[in-house]
Design a protein around this ligand. Structure first.
Ligand code: PLP
Length: 392
């Protein structure tokens, strides 16, 4: 199912790429009742009903795990790097939630790498100072080898972002950012990118489509680390790119076919199972975040609290510095000291323990990822660790 196309040096068209891969239409594995309804479904209903097998007698309710690399010739699937039943069902859900066509990848970084591959050599990319570490490091590497020109901005300084977009090919936004939780004015920044003929990408991992839909604000591409809240159980790695424009979606799919970052059927099944409860998980975790953040603001061991007012992630700085932060991470019993975020279990970590984390992130900053435990228990555990004397 590969179609050849002519290379052009245009960001919105097809720079350098000789392949486009048609985004598959509906198949028996990825049905959505939304197609049969007269009014759009609310996201809470969509996450439960979309990406299911067709409703025929004795059909399974859930899309089966189909462990196949190749499919009998004559249909639209052919080979699993292009399309496969379990991935297809998940893409149906992700695309519908964000309002575009989704392509899933083997990790969020595989999705990010595919997006970086969309721009021509020498392209100007505008990106946040403290984007997710892996993204920030890879963009710096591409700059260092002359593949791109990187312009770093603080995404919450809208005029700086607008100015940096002059002559740019791609505006890479993360909002809220990881882990500083800076919030971008998405419509204004995306407009500035478009005024310069640049693509606008938004990493929507932190907010999730339950709280923010960047394509509605004009974004061309939405990126997700599906590893996080979308799958929600810290049991798989996966990424996704969702494009509003069908031509761009085809170019993205060709990146998966050529760069090879496809997903396993089992992981797609797990992600699909996890996403069914996304709405409930986000609601519970956000309520706990608001409850705990309010109390953290009054805690004497906390010198600064960062929380944008929505979402399931917050960050605190400990008044006693990095050692005190490490001690808090070691002393909690319900909160687990581990990297990553967005799972049912609450996690915390001092981000600067990672050598490559941006130096704009304070040394004593602890990122808090709220899970779905009871807020009272989360607060009791965290406040006890903050109250305790440093353990070393
Ligand atoms: N984007 C954000 C905001 C992230 O937090 C992460 C990982 O933490 C990624 C992208 C990369 O995703 P993955 O770890 O699934 O490769």
């Amino acid at each position: 199912m590969l179609a050849a196309s002519t290379p052009e040096d245009d960001c919105h068209a097809n720079p350098l790429h000789v392949l486009t891969v048609p985004v598959p239409d509906h198949c028996d594995y990825g049905r959505s009742v939304a197609d049969e309804m007269h009014s759009p479904l609310r996201p809470e209903t969509f996450v439960v009903t979309a990406g299911r097998p067709a409703r025929t007698p004795d059909a399974p309710l859930n899309t089966p795990i189909v462990p196949a690399s190749s499919f009998i010739a004559g249909g639209p699937m052919e080979y699993a790097r292009e399309d496969a039943p379990s991935a297809h069902a998940l893409e149906e859900v992700l695309g519908g939630l964000e309002g575009g066509s989704a392509t899933v990848f083997s990790s969020g970084m595989a999705a990010a790498g595919a997006a970086m591959d969309l721009v021509p050599n020498g392209a100007v990319i505008v990106a946040p100072s403290a984007a997710y570490t892996g993204v920030a490091v890879r963009l710096r590497e591409l700059h260092a080898i002359g593949r791109i020109e990187l312009r770093i901005v603080e995404v919450d300084r809208t005029q700086d972002v607008v100015d940096a977009c002059s002559g740019a090919h791609l505006l890479w936004l993360e909002s809220p950012t990881n882990p500083l939780l800076q919030v971008a004015d998405l419509p204004a920044c995306i407009d500035a990118a478009h005024a310069n003929g640049a693509l606008a990408l938004v990493d929507n991992t932190f907010a999730t489509p339950m709280l923010q839909r960047p394509i509605q604000d004009g974004a061309d591409i939405v990126l997700h680390s599906v590893t996080k809240a979308l799958s929600g159980h810290s049991d798989l790695l996966m990424g996704a790119l969702i494009a509003a424009d069908p031509g761009l979606a085809e170019r993205i799919r060709s990146r998966r076919v050529l760069l090879g970052g496809a997903t396993s059927a089992f992981d797609c099944y797990l992600a699909l199972r996890g996403i069914r409860t996304l709405a409930l998980r986000i609601e519970q975790a956000q309520a706990s975040a608001r409850f705990v953040v309010e109390r953290l603001r009054a805690h004497p061991a906390v010198s600064r609290v960062r929380y944008p007012g929505f979402g399931t992630i917050a960050a605190i700085e400990t008044a006693g510095g990095p050692n005190a932060a490490d001690s808090v991470c070691r002393q909690t019993r319900i909160w687990t000291h581990a990297t990553s975020l967005g799972g049912v279990e609450s996690l915390l970590e001092r981000r600067r323990r990672w050598a490559l984390e941006s130096t704009t992130v304070p040394e004593s900053l602890i990122r808090l990822s709220f899970g779905i435990e009871h807020a009272d228990d989360l607060w009791a555990d965290l406040s006890a660790a903050l109250d305790a004397s440093p353990d070393e």
